[in-house]
Design a protein around this ligand. Structure first.
Ligand SMILES: Cc1cc2nc3c(=O)[nH]c(=O)nc-3n(C[C@H](O)[C@H](O)[C@H](O)COP(=O)(O)OP(=O)(O)OC[C@H]3O[C@@H](n4cnc5c(N)ncnc54)[C@H](O)[C@@H]3O)c2cc1C
Length: 335
C-alpha cells in the first residue's frame, strides 16, 4: 500500500460510510464528521428502497449506472451478510402490456416469465399478472439494517465518528465531502429530487423480491425488507423539501400495493416519509477532486447501488491517481 493518509469525511450517509470503510480497510487513518447529533436523522439514505438494481435502472439511466452497479452488488456481497439476492421482477396490468414490452427493450436480456413461471417465484402475484420480467442477478437490502451495519463496521475498523459536527474538519491530508444535498453551497448545479415512500407491515404476505409495477401515470415499486415489512415507493418530484407525504402520493403508493396484492388491504401503515435525493442535471454521480478536497455526490436514485464503487474509485485515485472519466467529471457549473 502507498503511504497511509489522514482522511476526514464529511457526512455519514451511505456514501460517507462506504467511503470510510473502504479507506480504513486499506490502512488509512479515517475520521467522519456528521452534522446531525443522531445517526441518519438528516440523511436521505434511510428513505431508500434500497434496491441494487443496475439492470432495471437502465430503463431510465445511462449505461454507466449498469456497468458500475454490477460491481456495486459484488462489493455489497463481499461485505454485508444480510444482502437479499432474490433478483427483481417487473409487472404490468394486462392492459399495460406495451409498457412491459418497452421496459424489456430498454434493459438488457431480462428473462420473460409466463404465468406458471411467475407463480413458481411469487405465487401471490400470478393471479393478477400473467407475465413478468425477471432480473435474476439483482439484489436489495433493508437500508436501516445496512446503515447500522456500516456504522458498526467503520467503528470496528478504527474510524472515529463525530456526531453533531458540521464545521470543516482541520488537520487532515484530504477531506472527502459526502454531504449529499447540503453540498449545494459548493456545487451549484446540485438539486434535490423528492422521493416519498410508505412502510407497511403485512406478515401474511410472502412476496420475496422487489416488484416494479409499470403504470402509465405512476410507476411504483414494492420492496420486501423481511419479517413482513414492505417499503412502497417512490415518487420522484423535482423539489428539495422533505416535508410530509401528500395525500395524492399516499393514495398512489397505497393503491400500488393493493393492485399488486389485495391482501395489502389489511396491512398496517407503519411510516410515511420523504427523502430528497441529491442529483446533478444529468442524474449521473460525480467524483470531483479539488485542492485538498474531493466531492462525492449526485448519487440520485443509486446511492446504495453505487456508494461502494465510488468509494473504491476515490481510494484508487488517492493511491494511484487513476480517475475513470465516466465518473471523475467536473461540476456542470464549472465547465
Ligand atoms: C424514496 C427513495 C428511494 C430510494 N431508493 C433507492 C434504491 O432503491 N436504491 C438506491 O441505490 N438508492 C435509492 N435511493 C437513493 C439513495 O437513498 C441516495 O442516493 C443516497 O441516500 C444518497 O446518499 P448520500 O450519502 O450521498 O447522502 P445522505 O444520505 O443525505 O447523507 C449526507 C449526510 O451528510 C450530512 N451532512 C450534511 N451537512 C453536513 C456538514 N456540514 N458536515 C457534516 N455532515 C453533514 C447529513 O446530515 C447526512 O447524514 C432512494 C432515495 C429515496 C429518497
Amino acid at each position: 500500500m502507498t503511504n497511509p493518509l489522514k482522511i476526514a469525511i464529511r457526512g455519514a450517509g451511505v456514501a460517507g460510510l462506504w467511503q470510510a470503510l473502504t479507506l480504513a480497510r486499506r490502512g488509512h487513518g479515517v475520521a467522519i464528521v456528521e452534522r446531525s447529533v443522531e445517526p441518519f436523522v438528516d440523511a436521505c439514505s434511510p428513505y431508500a428502497g434500497a434496491m441494487l438494481a443496475p439492470r432495471c435502472e437502465e430503463e431510465s439511466a445511462e449505461a454507466v449506472i449498469r456497468e458500475l452497479g454490477t460491481r456495486g452488488i459484488a462489493l455489497w456481497q463481499a461485505t454485508y451478510p444480510d444482502l437479499m439476492t432474490h433478483g427483481s421482477l417487473v409487472v404490468a396490468a394486462p392492459r399495460d402490456r406495451s409498457l412491459l414490452d418497452r421496459f424489456a427493450r430498454m434493459t438488457q436480456e431480462p428473462t420473460r416469465l409466463d404465468g406458471s413461471a411467475l407463480a413458481a417465484l411469487e405465487p401471490g402475484l400470478a393471479p393478477r399478472f400473467g407475465s413478468a420480467l425477471y432480473y435474476e442477478d439483482e439484489a436489495h437490502v433493508n437500508p436501516n439494517t445496512a446503515l447500522s451495519f456500516l456504522l458498526r463496521a467503520v467503528q470496528e475498523a478504527g474510524v472515529q465518528v463525530h456526531f453533531g459536527v458540521g464545521d470543516m474538519p482541520q488537520g487532515a491530508d484530504i477531506v472527502i465531502d459526502c454531504r449529499g444535498l447540503a453540498a449545494k453551497d459548493a456545487l451549484p448545479t446540485l438539486r434535490g429530487v423528492r422521493g416519498e415512500r410508505i412502510l407497511v407491515g403485512a406478515p401474511e404476505i410472502a412476496i420475496q423480491r422487489p416488484v416494479r409495477l409499470l403504470h402509465p401515470r405512476f410507476p411504483l415499486y414494492l420492496v420486501p425488507w423481511g419479517n413482513g415489512l414492505f417499503m412502497v415507493g417512490a415518487t420522484a418530484i423535482e423539489r428539495d423539501d422533505a416535508g410530509p407525504v401528500t395525500l395524492r402520493s399516499a393514495l398512489e403508493l397505497l393503491s400500488a400495493a393493493y393492485v399488486l396484492d389485495p391482501a395489502f388491504g389489511e396491512a398496517e401503515i407503519l411510516a410515511l416519509g420523504a427523502g430528497v435525493r441529491p442529483a446533478f442535471p444529468d442524474n449521473r454521480p460525480r467524483i470531483i477532486p479539488a485542492k485538498g478536497y474531493i466531492y462525492v455526490n449526485g448519487l440520485y436514485r443509486h446511492g446504495f447501488l453505487l456508494a461502494p464503487v465510488l468509494a473504491e474509485m476515490v481510494a484508487d485515485f488517492l493511491e494511484t491517481g487513476a480517475a475513470d472519466p465516466e465518473v471523475f467529471l467536473a461540476d456542470p457549473a464549472q465547465r
